[in-house]
Design a binder for this molecule. Structure first.
Ligand code: FES
Length: 108
């Protein structure tokens, strides 16, 4: 297997319902993960991108969070229906999806 050009990280952290920080899991990360895995497979992107799940990445209230390296692009509030656009535009054509990029100002 050749070294993939992209590494996609998807936060899969799940906190109990009502936790003050919330979590990507509570916001639908499982559906995003499933769609991402299926998309990588159906689009034949195995040799271009690898996906890993992570624990908390920090901005929990903005989740589900997806990060694409080596570009260091942090996508926030990703919905399952956004996944194809990330795969087609960013992974397929090297163009980040601006409308999903988290604003750096939200780091505080
Ligand atoms: S739970 Fe996903 S960023 Fe914290």
């Amino acid at each position: 297997m050749p070294k993939p050009a992209y590494h996609i990280l998807v936060c899969a952290n799940q906190r109990p319902p009502g936790h003050p920080r919330g979590s990507c899991g509570e916001n639908g990360a499982t559906d995003v993960l499933q769609r991402m895995q299926a998309g990588i497979e159906s689009k034949g992107l195995f040799e271009k991108a690898i996906m890993s799940t992570t624990s908390c990445l920090g901005p929990c209230s903005m989740g589900p969070m997806v990060i694409v390296y080596p570009d260091g692009v942090w996508y926030n509030k990703v919905k399952p229906e956004d996944v194809d656009e990330i795969l087609d535009s960013h992974i397929g054509n090297g163009q980040k999806v601006d409308r999903l990029v988290m604003d750096d100002a939200l780091w505080g």
